[in-house]
Ligand binder design. Structure first.
Ligand code: BGC
Length: 465
């Protein structure tokens, strides 16, 4: 245990004690009012308009990239596909068979992407991907086949068709040299050619949000939005072609719609969210590998949620508002409060602190935490995760109102949405509060968007050839 001795901190602590501030009162800046949520919804809509506009696209923080996916699945897609999924904590290779009656079979294998590869040269990353693909093809005995492949590459990309995507910027802790501004399909094909022993046909490159939307649309034809709240955060939706000023594809004989990858994670990178960002958000950003970028994502996603909670706790310790001002080496360590702790702590029944105590013990604070402290730790988790759910909801409400369709399924995936015990309900309530009341919506957990979705995008592309 280590006690703070710094004179200023002590002064702040005694001032707060005198003022008898509760933790909740102290952290009011983490609470988003309905008016603020509505303001965010409107600002996002404005940025989306600018992202879609020819003259404003370059300066919009929300890029609204065209995916070139225009057809949604019709359950008639069939065949055997390979899929690659790069973009979260893991890299996966999948073999998917789509069959009659929306049945499918899927085999998959997870491969680690070592830290030195995540931040090393691009060729190293793509060689690793090709090695994993070859290993998988051998294991599943499709080594000799030339299968169609869908590549889920979940980073912001400027697409120039269904099979060409230039990385615009890395996010989520990746930073491989020589990939930005380059076509990732070309880099993949080059790596496969360097090996010379396997053959594939890349039919589509897509974002995980698109995969999520497509995967749900296969079973729910009214699905029009795909959202990810995982390591990163983003959403895509179906937009009318007439609103997409940068559309350069055919306009005759094609559906009058296209999926737009909003890349809303970058919302606020032009300062429009400054009025709601807190000191904790600024610290997260300053200490990230991409300062000034992905500011909305940094307030929402799993890569940052645990660290936000940790920063708040450290501040409360410093002010003497929690643990009697006592600290531990582990709580002071960057990244040491995992995002999964937030879900675990909030899974405790009200008034019980079983998981909370376990987490605090892991962090060397078990001995100093009183029941009030544990309630306060839970409050901090709730404030941070609620804010994330409310920001995501403002985003979804914006898309639903924009599309104006009367009954829409929103497909959602990602570790935070999946594992946080209240995220779904928080979103249902907040979206209902923020949207046009004549719109009906539902949030559906999308099963394996980046795998099945990739196969479907590839299948739809094959179907239309
Ligand atoms: C990326 C998006 C992706 C999202 C969720 C963000 O960091 O920029 O392309 O969809 O994470 O994985």
């Amino acid at each position: 245990m280590r006690e703070y001795t710094d004179a200023n901190n002590k002064a702040a602590a005694s001032k707060n004690r005198r003022a008898k501030l509760t933790v909740r009162e102290r952290l009011q800046d983490l609470v988003l009012s309905t008016d603020q949520a509505l303001e965010i919804k409107n600002k996002l809509n404005h940025e989306i308009e600018r992202g879609l506009g020819k003259d404003t696209h370059d300066t919009s923080s929300v890029k609204c990239f065209i995916t070139y996916v225009q057809d949604l699945p019709n359950s008639k897609e069939r065949g055997k596909f390979l899929a690659l999924d790069l973009g979260g904590t893991n890299f996966r290779v999948l073999l998917i068979t789509l069959a009659e009656g929306a049945h499918f079979h899927m085999d998959s294998k997870i491969y680690a992407v070592p830290k030195d590869i995540m931040t090393g040269p691009g060729t190293g990353l793509f060689d690793h991907i090709a090695d994993c693909l070859a290993d998988f093809m051998k294991e599943y005995d499709v080594y000799k086949e030339k299968l169609p492949l869908g590549f889920t590459f979940s980073f912001p990309c400027v697409q120039e068709g269904l099979t060409k995507a230039r990385l615009s910027t890395w996010t989520k802790g990746f930073n491989c040299e020589g990939v930005e501004n380059n076509d990732v399909v070309k880099l993949l094909k080059e790596a496969i050619a360097r090996r010379g022993d396997i053959a594939i046909t890349v039919c589509a490159v897509l974002n995980d949000t698109t995969g999520t939307l497509m995967s749900s649309a296969w079973v729910k034809p009214n699905c029009r939005v795909g959202v990810i709240v995982g390591t990163g955060s983003n959403a895509c939706y179906v937009e009318k072609l007439e609103n997409v000023q940068l559309w350069d594809g055919p306009t005759e004989g094609v559906p009058d719609q296209v999926i737009i990858n909003t890349e809303w994670g970058a919302f606020g990178d032009n300062d429009v969210l400054e009025n709601i960002r807190t000191e904790y958000d600024r610290t997260i950003d300053r200490e990230s590998i991409n300062p000034g970028k992905q500011l909305f994502e940094k307030m929402i996603s799993g890569m940052y949620m645990g660290e936000l909670v940790r920063l708040v706790l450290v501040k409360l310790i410093r002010e003497g508002l929690i643990f009697g001002g006592k600290s531990s080496d582990l709580i002071q360590e960057k990244g040491r409060f995992y995002t999964k702790y937030v879900s675990e702590i909030e899974s405790d029944k009200q008034g019980e602190y079983h998981s909370c105590l376990q987490v605090l013990e892991e962090l060397g604070l078990g001995g100093v935490a009183t029941e009030t402290d544990m309630a306060d730790v839970r409050t901090v988790c709730e404030l941070v995760s609620r804010r994330a759910a409310h920001l995501t909801s403002a985003g979804v409400a914006c898309l639903l109102d924009r599309m104006g369709e009367k009954d829409v399924t929103v497909a959602v995936d990602g570790s935070v949405y999946r594992f946080h015990p209240h995220f779904h309900h928080l979103m249902m309530d907040k979206i209902s509060e923020l949207i046009d009341p004549s719109i009906k919506f539902d949030l559906m957990l999308s099963e394996d968007g980046s795998g099945r979705g990739a196969a479907l995008v590839a299948a739809v592309a094959c179907r239309d050839r």
